[in-house]
Design a protein around this ligand. Structure first.
Ligand code: ZN
Length: 136
């Protein structure tokens, strides 16, 4: 693991929460993006070396909607940046962890991502992220 790449926070409405985090962080949201595979709309903030991702469900079936119904708004996941996501996935499976997706998938912000099942991570949803390398 290289570093914490971002923290993911589940919110009911980006339109409400973006201005809140713009005030807290004293910086503007630099990007909003829809991730179809997760049925979420995301908003990103960068400050110093750190990033925050806000996540809003865009359908009832979205995992974010389920999370908010169960636990309310709040911290949703911690994302760790890795050099080689496939190698890390293999290593963690060998250590006995369960992956929520067997292959790295397209995440927000030009990343390949994989989530670990929180049952083995003390209830903390962990996301592995790898910067997508430009092919040629
Ligand atoms: Zn994330």
């Amino acid at each position: 693991m290289k570093k914490i790449e971002h923290l993911g926070i589940a919110v009911k409405k980006l339109s409400v929460s973006i201005p809140v985090f713009e005030k807290i962080l004293n910086t503007n949201c630099y990007k909003t993006e829809t991730v179809d595979s997760e049925q979420v709309n995301t908003a990103f903030f960068a400050f110093g070396e750190n990033k925050i991702e806000l996540l809003e469900a865009n359908s009832e079936a979205s995992v974010i909607n389920k999370f908010i119904l169960k636990r309310g708004e709040g911290l949703h996941h911690i994302a760790f940046e890795v050099e080689d996501i496939e190698a890390e996935m293999k290593r963690l499976v060998n250590e006995g962890f369960t992956l929520l997706n067997e292959k790295p998938k397209q995440g927000a912000d030009n990343k390949m991502v994989c989530f670990l099942h929180p049952k083995e991570t003390n209830g903390v949803l962990i996301e592995l992220v790898m910067e997508k390398k430009e092919t040629k």
